[in-house]
Design a protein around this ligand. Structure first.
Ligand SMILES: Cc1ncc(COP(=O)(O)O)c(C=O)c1O
Length: 469
């Protein structure tokens, strides 16, 4: 009989062998089965018992069910998964994540989490130095969207010192961000009570980078109309094109108008690790806060996102509340709950620390370079094939293209239904284009050939269609 309870003295949990079996079944499927077994939600409900029963089942039965669910899940570690800005699996990071789950620490105090708090501190400072914050700090959040939330919230509170205590005074605060930014910027402004109308979208150049001249004009115009600009958000690695806003030029504007400078490097922040491509982030040291998702290009399991601040003490200033039932031992410096928007908080740092222990700065630099090489290599395939049109030269690790005259959305959906690959589409210059993200460093040239050939082959079976919107 499988047991799940903490074993008593002299007993051993039998959970581990069954879990390993399940993991092997999954690894096997990742190599041999399609990236995703296509089923409609109705078919899925018929295939797997998902309803909560009146009476419980045996551990064996639940483990069988878990295996059914695992094998029915789209496989993000498959070499045919190009759909999202994360993919693949780093074994050591996954092992560390399992360890973190078994430890079940909450990251709010040193008393509860011990060394993990020190690991979080080390990572925040190390990542800060990579973006040019010599004396900064960082805290893990549940994802890039919420790291952006934290950055924008600090910007708002620094602008209006009374806001934390008295709430927003109703003045028209404005934030400036590229027209190609991530939707979390608008969402966060709505969540912060500033409203979406606070978001001023700034035009981009032909490479998808925010134009500093347009930014300056927009700020001047808004000030004349009574707005109070409080924040500029620059994107490092836009979601579709992977473009990098020119940070140095934007920093000049931020300094000119005295506004907070946040960088959304959720996707592209990891490029700071590569000596070859780091220039994309030139000027990051002039920003005030920086979002960096390690679960994207760095390949560790979701979620693993950090909000970095250039100055130490800001996180505590803007997130701390007193709670005598929680913060009882040690100095606040070690009680990370006073720096976080959460109370109970999962341990997202151990997996990144373990992967970094294994790869070192050097190994991570090679990994990031490889992603850029894969994207470049795939773009060459697209350019060479007369049936395809490359939308733009890749700015980083995304490739956007069309199979000329064939509808991009239908191509992606057919690939999914035929279980050949998972890839998505986006909008570039008013056209619906396929966006392939190269974020799995384990993919090789043969995988690229296979993905590309299948995609074009499937496209050729489809009716013609126009991708213009
Ligand atoms: C530029 C950018 N910012 C923020 C996010 C949000 O990150 P997360 O999915 O971790 O919330 C994304 C996600 O793709 C992104 O591309």
């Amino acid at each position: 009989m499988t047991t799940f309870a903490t074993p008593g003295a002299g007993q051993q949990s039998t959970l581990t062998p069954r879990l390993i079996e399940l993991a092997h079944a999954l690894f096997e499927a990742e190599q041999t089965a399609p990236v995703s077994r296509f089923r409609t939600p109705e078919e899925m409900c018929r295939a797997i018992e998902l309803a909560i029963p009146e009476k419980g089942s045996s551990p064996e039965r639940v483990m069988d069910l878990l295996e059914d669910v695992a094998l029915a899940t789209p496989r993000t570690a498959s070499r045919r998964f190009f759909n999202q800005l994360f993919a693949g699996r780093h074994d050591i990071a996954s092992a560390a994540e399992i360890v973190a789950v078994l430890l079940n620490s909450s990251m709010y105090t040193y008393k509860a989490a011990g060394p993990h708090v020190l690991i979080e501190k080390e990572l925040g400072e190390h990542m800060g130095r990579k973006v040019g914050y010599d004396d900064g700090e960082g805290i893990f959040t549940p994802g890039g969207s919420l790291s952006n939330f934290a950055g924008i919230m600090i910007a708002r509170n620094e602008f209006n010192e009374r806001c934390q205590q008295d709430g927003h005074d109703g003045s028209w605060l404005t934030l400036y961000s590229s027209e190609l930014d991530h939707y979390s910027i608008a969402k966060n402004l709505a969540m912060l009570g500033l409203g979406r109308r606070s978001l001023r979208k700034v035009a981009t150049d032909e490479r998808g980078r925010m134009r500093a001249d347009a930014l300056r004009d927009a700020i001047k115009r808004d000030i004349e109309e009574g707005a109070k600009p409080f924040c500029i958000n620059a994107t490092c690695g836009t979601t579709v094109l992977g473009a990098y806003d020119p940070l140095d030029e934007i920093a000049d504007v931020a300094e000119e108008f005295g506004v907070w400078f946040h960088v959304d490097g959720a996707f592209g922040g990891s490029t700071a690790l590569s000596a070859k491509h780091r220039d994309h982030l030139k000027g990051s040291e002039r920003s005030d806060s920086f979002t960096w998702d390690a679960h994207k290009m760095m390949g560790v399991p979701l979620s693993c996102s950090v909000i970095l601040t250039k100055d130490k003490g800001l996180l505590r200033k803007h997130f701390s509340e007193s709670a005598s039932y929680l913060f009882q031992s040690d100095e606040d410096e070690l009680n990370h709950g006073v720096k976080s928007m959460q109370c109970g908080r999962r341990n997202d740092c151990l997996k990144l620390w373990a992967a970094w222990q294994h790869l070192g700065d050097e190994g991570y630099a090679r990994k990031i370079d490889r992603l850029y090489d894969l994207a470049r290599s795939f773009a060459e395939r697209v350019k060479k094939d007369p049936r395809c049109t490359l939308s733009k030269e890749p700015e980083s690790v995304n490739v956007c293209f069309e199979v000329t005259g064939k509808p991009s959305d239908l191509i992606c959906e057919t690939l999914r239904q035929q279980q050949k690959s998972l890839v998505g589409f986006g909008i570039v210059d008013g056209r619906r284009v396929i966006r392939a993200a190269f974020v799995n460093a384990d993919v090789d040239e043969a995988d690229l050939d296979d993905f590309f050939d299948n995609l074009v082959e499937v496209a050729m079976t489809l009716p013609d269609g126009d991708n213009a919107l």
